[in-house]
Design a protein around this ligand. Sequence first.
Ligand code: GTP
Ligand code: MG
Length: 257
Amino acid sequence: VYRRVTPTALPTFLLVGPSGAGKTALLTLTERKTVAPTHTSTSPLTIETLLPDGFTPSSSQFRSPGDPAYERARRFLLVDTPGHGKLRHFATAQLVNPTHVRGIVFVVDAASIAEEAGLTEAAEYLHDVLLALQKRYTGARTSKGPKEIPVLIAANKLDLFTALPPHLVGRALEKAVSEVRKSRAKGLKDSGVGMGMGGEDDGVDEEREWLGEGGEGNFEFRHMEEVGTGVVVKGGNVLGGEGTDVQAWYEWIAEQL
Ligand code: GTP
Ligand code: MG
């Protein structure tokens, strides 16, 4: 039976994360299969690419390379965004209506996470990305509910001897995101939002702005599962004397395809 194939938008993966983390380096490697020097980004950049050989899209597990459906499933868009604090609107704009976003790769420099300033910067950005995803989920009005958008925290630059191992990157970020969450809530209180100035919706805004589970405990990535976002941390390095290692990240992308 002949069926018309309607062109569908390709699954999209967003590269977000602080400046200098290695987003453009990863995009360049994916596009050219080789590393190349990068400059700090001032605008977003989208490439259409293929899942590299040796990785199987999860939707095509039972097909073989060469099968048209298998080959189609390998195609995706990779969107690089600038990480500079003043240029993050390019990334957050993508999160407002992420219709075709299949996953978010939050790239961090695992060596800078070992330092207070780098950790705080990454945690603030990560907090805002996760909160945007949570709001999108809880604010959805469709009966089907919005589709899930998973997040990969790519702990990059593991070639550097000062880099934290991935599980510690995850733990440090959870703790630092907890601090961000606390200070944002305090900021809201101090500004008077939800303090008897907003009529009947008092408290609602505060709740909407609170990431993850309520209560006294620390924020944990697993809280995000309730709002359709699985968060995993996987290590790698785009550059480095011993060559590149981005295996775990491509595997994660393959799982989402
Ligand atoms: P913005 O565009 O400012 O948001 O930064 P970015 O995340 O795109 O960073 P970019 O890819 O430009 O990389 C920043 C610097 O880190 C560059 O000098 C890269 O060569 C370097 N870099 C990227 N990945 C690695 C890595 O795995 N190991 C090491 N040692 N350096 C890396
Ligand atoms: Mg860049």
